[in-house]
Design a protein around this ligand. Structure first.
Ligand code: TEU
Length: 537
């Protein structure tokens, strides 16, 4: 039997369970809600679903602070619900990927509670990074590392007598203590967690913060950051080789790393044949809406993946970044992790027009494409959230200078004229956990369903064509000659994609039939910010 290596050309839809669909009527999305919407996902035409964390969690970081990797948080349902969902998704032809978070857990995880109890020098503390502080009374953090969410990456524990105790490391929020991956018990635990989910039939594992797990055990100051004491360390590769050996004992399962590394060669080292099958490429997500920049990014990405024979990945949005409809409507279309630029004005019509083109571009490139829930509805970032409703620790820990990531996590609009737009079941008077804007009636799935000009229809048509086009499943890719500001490429012999990023209409190549266009063509010309899929003759 041969493996079909589905992940090499899959379209993977990211479900953010808290905001996808509420089946129980409490204003928070859940597994019951996802199960009722499986027909929608099957009809959309994606190949696989990736579920952001659904495990028991105090939700200090929306579930990325995990107390138990082998169960489901009651707000989302039960383990039996998850098993039923996996079975029903498979019935509907959808593969399933779960999110595993190996860098850290929750302070509510029993190991951490035990470590705090057991005190300095205990074996329980060896599973994390506990250290005495600096300064006369240990009142200063052990080193200068900063949390990715702001403030020091260390929090001090309190001794039973009320005095200050050891500090523990957390690269993210203080509620997310980092594991010590030098400890064999941590390694065994995660190997067992992998098997737990693989045994339940999941088709893939998305590995959160995959390049951060290992730390220089000397815990040196970050200083100038060279060498970086906690990113992309060599010891990581041995961990992922052991994960690969486990995964290879099952059929057709994929390991997918979340790896934010600007250096494409370092990035590709995780994709060797005995390590991860795939990793996210965030260069594309971060790229300007500019033909030369995009072409460079596509070339670099393909060049990095080719020597390791791994599929490239194309991501436009996720639950951590400003939605691309909004990014592309700004004067500066690049994306930086600095969320302060959230507040820059954005032209929604322009952003949507470009997002439609970007969808056709990303779905025509060789490799796997990721769709974040709501991309297919053309949802913009919700920028008007009041400070009182914001929940992201990134907002709270920055003292409000960074608006955080709530604006891309607003519950999906399914139907109807006003909030909750069918997010919660009819008759429930629950309010969604984040407020939806008043103007979303035209963006609901129901409103877009039968509208030939809608984003949803564009995605459905594109995904149907992608499924029927064998050229899009092999890896052949060639640029076609065009004028500046226009991207054009051929897949296989007969499939073409053209994107006009210039300010003027562009002619199409000759002898083509148009399969799909992101906007009406004008007299055979491709208007600005428009893309088309072509059958080449
Ligand atoms: O993100 C890892 C990561 O590096 C992000 O913190 C990123 O730098 C930031 O979100 C950009 O705005 C993963 C998850 O995707 C994220 O939601 C979690 O908060 C984080 O891990 C911690 O688990």
């Amino acid at each position: 039997e041969t493996s079909d290596r589905w992940w090499r050309h899959a379209v993977i839809y990211q479900v953010y369970p808290r905001s996808f669909a509420d089946g129980t009527g409490d204003g928070i999305g859940d597994l019951a809600g996802i199960r009722t919407r499986l027909p929608y996902l099957a009809e959309l035409g994606v190949d696989a679903l990736w579920f952001s964390p659904w495990y028991p969690s105090p939700m200090a970081d929306a579930g990325y602070d995990i107390a138990d990797h082998r169960d489901i948080d009651p707000v989302f349902g039960t383990l039996a619900d998850a098993e039923a969902l996996l079975g029903e998704a498979h019935q509907a032809g959808l593969r399933c990927i779960v999110d595993v978070v190996p860098n850290h857990c929750s302070t509510a995880h029993p190991w951490f509670a035990e470590a705090v109890q057991a005190g300095p020098g205990s074996a329980a503390r060896e599973l994390f990074w506990f250290r005495p502080g600096r300064g006369a009374d240990g009142e200063l953090p052990p080193n200068d590392w900063q949390s990715i969410f702001g403030g020091p990456a260390w929090t001090r524990t309190t001794n039973p007598d009320g005095t200050g105790g050891e500090w523990y490391l957390h690269l993210f929020a203080p509620e997310q203590p980092d594991f010590n991956w030098g400890n064999p018990k941590v390694r065994e635990e995660f190997e067992s967690i992998l098997r737990f989910w693989l045994d339940r039939g999941v088709d893939g594992i998305r590995i959160d913060s995959a390049a951060l797990l290992c730390k220089d055990p000397a815990l040196p100051d970050f200083g100038a950051g060279d060498p970086d004491p906690y990113t992309d360390r060599d010891e990581l590769h041995e961990i992922y080789r052991s994960w690969r050996r486990i995964t290879d004992r099952y059929r057709d399962r994929a390991l997918i790393g979340e790896i934010w590394l600007p250096d494409t060669e370092r990035f590709a080292r995780y994709l060797r044949p005995d390590e991860l099958h795939q990793a996210f490429n965030f260069d594309f997500l971060g790229c300007h809406w500019d033909a030369a920049a995009l072409r460079g990014c596509i070339d670099d990405t393909l060049a990095a993946h080719r020597p390791v024979d791994a599929p490239a990945t194309w991501v436009l949005s996720n639950h951590d970044v400003v939605r691309h409809v909004t990014r592309y409507g700004r004067a500066d279309t690049s994306f930086a992790l600095d969320h302060r630029q959230h507040r820059a004005p954005s032209d929604r019509a322009l952003g949507t027009r470009r997002a439609r083109s970007a969808a056709l571009l990303s779905l025509a490139l060789p490799g796997a494409a990721y769709v974040y829930q709501g991309d297919e509805l053309g949802l913009p970032e919700v920028e008007e959230l009041s400070d009182e409703v914001r929940q992201d620790p990134m907002f709270h820990r920055s003292g409000g200078t960074d608006v955080g990531r709530d604006g891309c996590r607003v519950p999906l609009p399914w139907a109807g004229r006003r909030p909750p737009y069918g997010f919660s079941p009819a008759g429930s008077d629950a309010t969604p956990w984040l407020p939806q804007p008043a103007g979303w009636a035209p963006l609901t799935a129901q409103a877009q369903r039968d509208d030939p000009a809608s984003m949803l229809t564009l995605y459905r048509r594109a995904l149907a064509i992608r499924r029927d086009s064998p050229e899009l499943r092999d890896e052949r890719f060639d640029w076609l000659d065009t004028r500046p500001g226009v991207l054009a490429f051929r897949r296989g012999d007969g499939f073409g994609c053209v994107v006009n990023l210039a300010a003027h209409p562009a002619p199409l190549p000759s002898h083509v039939a148009v399969l799909l266009a992101s906007a009406p063509l004008a007299g055979g010309l491709l208007p600005p910010d428009t893309a088309a899929w072509l059958r080449l003759r």
